[in-house]
Design a protein around this ligand. Structure first.
Ligand code: ZN
Length: 251
């Protein structure tokens, strides 16, 4: 497996990088994807139940049910370690003058691999927020995998909500603003998309806009997506194979 020579040449001029990742990157760590073949939501019945339990609507009526579904996701992810793709992105961050990582993943594996400037646009599976006083907190993974009821706030006793964005909920305003600033106002030299079918507009658009503006754009995915015809370089294969090559070519 090799990178196209034109891409290797273009990488020499790159100083700033914006990376965008999704479930495909974590799948190589053994975390099931949500959609797509074999995904959690692929099973029509179980998928619908899971989506329903992980919705803002259910949270407001039956937070215990939402938390049990979060605990189920955490169990599926327990023991997962960062893989070569996570490590490669952390390496690119160390080498680049400026780096930002926009991820849809809530598993914290990018941060565990050493990525620092991360916009986890869908939040984190271990984060909590009090629905009464707004206090932010973290749950231990061991507590999360065994959870049966909605946890309570240490400060006020109110019910805590998951820190992840649930189905039917808006994206967090502060993270959307960071995305705008990092990908649009200070457009990176390279926009690199890996392991996501990029169905959400806010995931696909930074790459589309960068490609139109003449920036270097690269997509790494096992299958073609709607982005593949738009980016400058489509690399067909797993992120764990291609991202280390990209990191190695990066000066
Ligand atoms: Zn509280």
């Amino acid at each position: 497996m090799e990178l196209p020579p034109a891409l290797v040449e273009a990488l020499r001029r790159v100083r700033s990088v914006g990376a965008i990742t999704g479930a495909g990157v974590s799948r190589e760590s053994g975390i099931p994807t949500y959609r797509g073949e074999g995904g959690i939501y692929d099973d029509p019945e179980e998928g619908d139940r899971t989506v329903d339990a992980l919705s803002g609507h259910t949270l407001s009526r039956d937070p215990d049910r939402t938390w049990r579904a979060v605990g189920d996701l955490a169990r599926r992810a327990s023991g997962a370690r960062p893989n070569a793709a996570h490590e490669a992105l952390a390496e690119i961050e160390r080498k680049a003058e400026r780096f930002v990582l926009l991820t849809q993943n809530v598993d914290g594996l990018h941060q565990a691999a050493g990525s620092r400037n991360v916009i986890d646009i869908h939040g984190s599976i271990t984060a909590t927020r009090c629905m009464v006083c707004g206090l932010d907190g973290e749950l231990e993974r061991e507590a999360l995998v065994a959870i049966e009821r909605a946890p309570r706030c240490d400060a006020c006793g109110g019910v805590l909500r998951p820190g992840a964005v649930l189905f039917g909920e808006m994206l967090p305003v502060d993270k959307v603003e960071r995305l705008q600033e990092e990908f649009y106002e200070r457009m990176p030299d390279l926009v690199l998309v890996a392991g996501t079918s990029a169905l959400f507009p806010y995931i696909a658009e930074p790459a589309v806009v960068a490609a139109r503006a003449g920036r270097l754009t690269v997509e790494v995915n096992p299958e073609r997506t709607l982005l593949s015809g738009v980016v400058g370089h489509f690399l067909e294969g797993p992120a764990g194979d291609y991202l280390p090559l990209l990191a190695g070519s990066f000066q």
